[in-house]
Design a binder for this molecule. Structure first.
Ligand code: ATP
Ligand code: MG
Length: 256
């Protein structure tokens, strides 16, 4: 049975997609069967996996409104050996159309249940909002991975996310847990980042992943080649950190 994880943070541009794509590639590299679900109308995880979002016959949008199955829509990320449930701007419409549909927050959960035996890991790249789409992600998942930059406002945003996760846990998905907080785009030369990182460790202790993802330009360049950073330049510092994170993740979820 697949373990399902959301990569979520309602703040924009904090490294969700970079984490989702590189973790998917890292886990596939360990021989695990991985499905990456792009739950963002921006389609960045789709493009970053080398799949052209403009040419999709079917996408996650059709899955959510019940017009297609995950099996029909999933495509392979050729470079890295994981599957992608792709998205494009059509998905923005789902937000509105789902409002009148029964059990609108569990559409993704129901769809993924059909492929649960085909994968070891399902990773969901969430959009930068606590929206109905993100709610679908949180309802479908066993846990949440929260990438964050160690900046002044990061902790403030975190409390909104933690509250949402608590509410979903209490009302909709008793399985949901925070798996961990991942420090990304980290620059060791910046004192502020060190301080915020220490505060994070004080507040969240073991929930903070040991692996730290450095700021690394190779990770930022990779998507324009349609490649995960770990496939684009596996010897770069960023790629090595994400590969290490994959190993830490496997270890961490052994008991879930
Ligand atoms: P959104 O909220 O829009 O979905 P996001 O949280 O998914 O954004 P990303 O798209 O992963 O964030 O990253 C934002 C930008 O930062 C991108 O241009 C990405 O290439 C770059 N980036 C992400 N991680 C790193 C890193 N470790 N080092 C350097 N650049 C990075
Ligand atoms: Mg993104």
């Amino acid at each position: 049975m697949a373990k399902i994880f959301c990569i979520a943070n309602q703040k924009g541009g904090v490294g969700k997609t970079t984490t989702a794509v590189n973790l998917a590639a890292g886990l596939a590299g360990l021989g695990l069967r991985v499905l990456l679900v792009d739950l963002d109308p921006q389609g960045n995880a789709t493009m970053g996996s080398g799949i052209e979002k403009a040419n999709l016959d079917n996408s996650i949008y059709q899955v959510l409104i019940g017009q297609a199955t995950v099996k029909n829509c999933a495509q392979c990320c050729e470079s890295s050996g994981y599957d992608v449930l792709p998205a494009n701007r059509d998905l923005a419409g789902a937000e509105i159309e789902l409002v009148d549909i029964d059990a609108r927050e569990s559409r993704l959960k129901d769809a993924l249940a059909q492929v649960a035996n085909d994968y070891d890991f399902i990773l969901i790249d969430c959009p930068p909002a606590l929206s109905l789409l993100t709610l679908n992600g949180l309802c479908a998942a066993n846990g949440v991975i929260v990438p964050m930059q160690c900046e002044y406002f990061a902790l403030e945003g975190l409390s909104d996310l933690v509250n949402t996760i608590k509410q979903v846990h209490a009302n909709l998905n008793p399985d949901l847990a925070i798996i961990g907080l991942l420090r990304v785009m980290f620059d060791t030369r910046m004192t502020l980042q060190q301080q915020v990182s220490e505060q994070l460790l004080e507040h969240f202790g073991d929930k903070v992943f040991k692996t730290i993802i450095p700021r690394n330009v190779r990770l930022a360049e990779a998507p324009s080649y349609g490649l995960p950073g770990v496939a684009f330049d596996k010897s770069s510092r960023g790629a090595k950190a994400y590969l290490e994170f994959g190993v830490e993740m496997v270890e961490r979820i052994k008991h879930i």
